[in-house]
Design a protein around this ligand. Structure first.
Ligand code: SF4
Ligand code: SF4
Length: 94
């Protein structure tokens, strides 16, 4: 027969859930060479190709879904030109 174990002080599922990590992505547009790595590989589809040109004549990414950024830094790691990075949104008041 199975025994039910009662853990003292067990919290509800919601109380134990971690707050969603939020990020803010920063683009240094004029460093961008428009390779699109960051756009294609963002796991949350935060980025898209901008219609604007930077000073090198490329289309830098733009943030289209800011609320989806989870500050994973993947765009930052992939960018060959150090043109994009993410920060913890809490550092800027969410
Ligand atoms: S930090 Fe992660 S989720 Fe945010 S834009 Fe970059 S790749 Fe996407
Ligand atoms: S990975 Fe870097 S260089 Fe390539 S599109 Fe994104 S910001 Fe621009």
């Amino acid at each position: 027969m199975q025994k039910t174990i009662h853990y003292p002080g067990r919290r509800t599922a919601d109380a134990g859930r971690k707050k969603k990590k939020m990020g803010r992505v920063i683009i240094i547009e004029d460093r961008c060479k428009g390779c699109g790595f960051c756009i294609a590989n963002c796991p949350r589809q935060v980025l898209s190709v901008s219609t604007a040109f930077n000073k090198k004549g490329y289309h830098p990414p733009e943030v289209v879904q800011p609320a989806e950024c989870v500050n994973c830094h993947f765009c930052e790691i992939l960018c060959p030109d150090f043109a994009i990075y993410s920060i913890d949104a809490d550092d800027f008041g969410g």
